[in-house]
Ligand binder design. Sequence first.
Ligand SMILES: C[S@@+](CC[C@H](N)C(=O)[O-])C[C@H]1O[C@@H](n2cnc3c(N)ncnc32)[C@H](O)[C@@H]1O
Length: 244
Amino acid sequence: MVDKALGSGGRKSDKDLKIRVKSAKGRKVSSTIWLERQLNDPYVARARAEGLRSRAAFKIREMDEKHKLFRRGMRVVDLGAAPGGWSQIAATATGSTEKNPLVVGIDYLEMDPIPGVTLLQKDFTDDDAPAMLIEAMGGKKADLVMSDMAWPTTGHRPTDHLRIVHLIEVAADFALDVLAPNGSFVAKVFQGGTEHQLLAMLKRHFRSTHHAKPRSSRADSAEAYLIAKGFKGQRESADEDEEQ
Ligand SMILES: C[S@@+](CC[C@H](N)C(=O)[O-])C[C@H]1O[C@@H](n2cnc3c(N)ncnc32)[C@H](O)[C@@H]1O
């Protein structure tokens, strides 16, 4: 049940305009808090108004405004694409069309089609996923690999941390294999330790690296983004990085 709480005397203040969600029988407290947050989130409302599938779309848009990630005609791979906000932004920015698709997205969740985006429903960590992505790009190199992937958390912090680190490493490894010289890599990271190793590896292969915490990323979330630009060119072998 949703109601707009009115202040005393019937006058609305900004605080009073907040939509409050009454707890309901059978709904967990955490679900009620989530629902209330969604209903009061300006990015959720803006995403809906602009026909974007996720509030996350604003994160990549903000990062693009600052770091100039997209240009027309470039090829983009979107890892962890569902429900599709980043792919929508990428398709528009690159001028990707159904006739000449420039954006490939992958997610193990099913997604509704997006014009100009080739979508694969698959776990990116499957051994054959990289080859399938390369095939979907017509064997061509990518100019931008972006990853917003995150596993659902288990609640067991060490396990969650290891799983997330693994996901980021696989994404970075893939980027080093498929990027064209001067390409870029953007990945969601979570504050906590092993990010330093990833950063060191990216610094070796890219001309510049940056941290980003877009305004549209919730302040109370540990998520942040790593942006690496100016790929120096394909490495000889993945072993180089393991030895470092
Ligand atoms: C935060 S959402 C991405 C939102 C997306 N950027 C957007 O704008 O709509 C993270 C996504 O990563 C996906 N994901 C996580 N691990 C994955 C994996 N191993 N393979 C494929 N997708 C994965 C999840 O299914 C989820 O849809």
